[in-house]
Design a protein around this ligand. Structure first.
Ligand code: NDP
Ligand code: 8X3
Length: 252
């Protein structure tokens, strides 16, 4: 029998790669994101190369009513979510605190913290009732150490770290696993989003070294969710070999 995973932010990057990896490995997948045309393409790709069943849900995770409405479609077999991958997130801008954009701050807090909480609040009661489930929170090296101009993005990922620890404490008595996965630089749409579509600036981030790829993180997620029942991976930091800290990257 196939298990069911819901992956937020599966229209690109880490979420997309995770949906593909899980679909290839005996999971039916619920994929979410705002861009429905991108989700459709991911759905088609999964259907064309795997046996997996796919449900696409397009909504803005910052909007609680929209999240609730979309999740009403999680009925029948889709009601039994085994794995929740809290991945949707972004960095907006890179400015010192005294020059930061309040709109950017709100977007990061609303997506990376509140959005994660909204979907978790909807999915976890079923896991508690079934006494079974696994939550994967995508944090970041930015949630382990602050860096220059990272401020609110850092804070949002420190919050994910805190929530992961707290969720594990609240859910342990129900046998629910909670894992945090904290990547360093991964080449996705992340930098293009951070720099508001400036492709040159985004490309520059990955100049002169080999970053991680979305598939590297997807493999780690697959590893975490396929451990035996008595094993939980609490917290993983995954970095490119050339990156020792957020801002210590060897470029050649
Ligand atoms: P991408 O920009 O490629 O993917 C981000 C995903 O999040 C997209 O599918 C996007 O979908 C979704 N998303 C963003 N905002 C919203 C929203 N308001 N509502 C619903 N979905 C939303 O970046 P990554 O794959 O790199 O990012 C995935 C996660 O990994 C993020 O949490 C990021 O912070 C984290 N991370 C990334 C690192 C990196 O270097 N790339 C390193 C460490 C952590 P859509 O736009 O269609 O809504
Ligand atoms: C993304 C990695 O170092 O750009 O979370 O913040 S970093």
């Amino acid at each position: 029998m196939r298990s069911i995973a819901i992956i937020t932010g599966a229209s690109s990057g880490i979420g997309r790669a995770t949906a593909m990896a899980l679909a290839r490995n005996n999971y039916d997948v619920v994929i979410t994101g705002r861009r429905s045309e991108k989700l459709e393409r991911v759905e088609e790709e999964i259907r064309s190369i795997t046996e997996a069943d796919v449900l696409s849900l397009s909504f803005d995770i910052r909007n609680l009513d929209a999240v609730k409405l979309a999740c009403k479609k999680l009925n029948g077999k889709w009601a039994h979510i085994d794995v929740l991958v809290n991945n949707a997130g972004l960095a907006a801008g890179l400015s010192p605190i005294h020059e930061g954009s309040v709109d950017d701050w709100e977007q990061m807090i609303d997506t990376n913290i509140k959005g994660l909480l909204y979907i978790t609040r909807i999915i976890t009661p079923g896991m508690v009732k079934r006494e079974k489930g696994h939550i994967i929170n995508i944090g970041s090296i930015a949630g382990k150490e602050a860096y220059e101009n990272g401020n609110v993005y850092n804070a949002s990922k420190f919050a994910v770290d805190g929530l992961t620890q707290s969720m594990r404490i609240d859910l342990v008595e129900y046998g629910i696993k909670v894992t945090a996965l904290n990547p360093g630089a991964v080449e996705t749409e992340f930098s293009l989003v951070r720099f508001k579509g400036d492709q040159e600036k985004a490309d520059h981030v990955y100049d002169g070294f080999t970053p991680l790829y979305a598939e590297d993180i997807a493999e780690a997620i697959l590893f975490a969710i396929t451990r035996p029942p008595h094993v939980n991976i609490d917290d993983l930091v995954i970095m490119p070999t050339s990156q020792a800290r957020s801002r210590k990257i060897i470029r050649k």
